[in-house]
Design a protein around this ligand. Structure first.
Ligand code: NAP
Length: 290
């Protein structure tokens, strides 16, 4: 049995789908099981579990061959560090209590660093906490998700603008599709490594200007790329609805990215191939249908 958290989200759903496609038994975890009914229809078990509930998670993971966990960012939490610390303590405790032999954790490039990376520092602490259990741990460390383009769809569609919170829109970065990350998670669960490892998952290398061109083509209108250099980040993030402490954490993340701190430094690299254009077409199609 493989236990998958976050199955109503992007990476978790891709991982659960890949496991089911491989014929593996799957138990998905959801805070609201009603939102996971589709998984039941596809043959998975569904357990109602909040990742902050150590006992519920331990009960769901007991006897399983592998467990997938993530640290969902909740930028509305009044104290981001306290939220992450509570979740980390519960998840690591549940791994201990359940004695599940293998854990795959959705981490991030930059999670080897203890600080200076905004919300990614919490993933460093989660990796460390899991590493202190008896489980073999696979830390899956993707770079930027291609799906972050969804954050700018409205402004692109409405105002013809593609905002980039960086000094330049012409710096190439790997951007990975979440379904490719989910596939890496599923492969790791099905074939656990002998010892713990960190796996960087990198997608095609693109600039934000190139993504803007792809998005403009999908929307049928050219987009103006507007770079917002660092002094403008707090205002731009506040305008996007973030409270000041969350905006500060994200600004630290963007600064770390500009300084190259999120580069791959794990034990090995997996190169994922889904092109950005495919992800953009899917996102544009999905929102057009709404
Ligand atoms: N964005 C990037 O470029 C990037 C890059 C590298 C790594 N990451 C990592 O990827 C993570 C997000 O992964 P994703 O995009 O697959 O997530 P997502 O689509 O935002 O989905 C989050 C999932 O977590 C579940 N969840 C939230 N809070 C929970 C809780 N307290 N207990 C149990 N389940 C909970 C949600 O379920 P319900 O709400 O249905 O309960 C949902 O299934 C980030 O947190 C970050 O760590 C992101």
């Amino acid at each position: 049995m493989y236990v998958v958290a976050g199955a109503t989200g992007r990476v978790g759903s891709a991982a659960a789908a890949a496991l089911l496609a491989a014929g593996a038994p799957v138990r998905v975890l959801a805070r609201d099981p009603a939102r996971a009914q589709g998984w039941r229809d596809r043959g998975a078990q569904v357990h109602a579990v909040d990742l902050r509930d150590r006992d519920a998670l331990a009960a769901a993971a007991r006897g399983a061959e592998g467990l997938f966990v993530l640290l969902p960012f909740d930028l509305t939490a009044p104290d981001l560090d306290a939220y992450a610390a509570a979740l980390t303590a519960a998840v690591a405790g549940a791994v201990r209590d359940s004695a599940v032999p293998h854990v795959v954790v959705l981490s991030s490039g930059g999670a080897d660093l203890p600080a200076g990376t905004g919300p990614i520092a919490a993933l460093h602490h989660l990796e460390r906490a899991l590493g202190a259990t008896d489980a073999v741990v696979t830390a899956v460390r993707p770079g930027h998700f291609q799906e972050k383009v969804a954050d700018v769809l409205d402004v692109a569609r409405g105002a013809g603008v593609y905002p980039v919170l960086a000094a330049s829109a012409d710096v190439p970065h790997p951007q990975v599709a979440t379904r490719d990350v989910g596939a890496v998670v599923a492969r790791a669960l099905l074939a656990p490594p002998a010892r713990s490892e960190a796996v960087d998952v990198l997608g095609p290398v693109v600039t934000e200007r190139a993504v803007a061109e792809v998005l403009g083509a999908a929307l049928g209108r050219p987009l103006e790329v507007v770079t917002v250099p660092e002094p403008g980040w707090p205002a731009a993030l506040a305008e996007a609805g973030l409270p000041p402490h969350a905006a500060a954490a994200l600004a630290e993340l963007y600064r770390a990215d500009e300084r190259g701190l999120l580069a791959p430094r794990g034990d090995r690299v997996v190169h994922a191939t889904t092109p950005v254009a495919e992800t953009v077409a899917r996102l544009v199609g999905a929102t057009a249908a709404v």
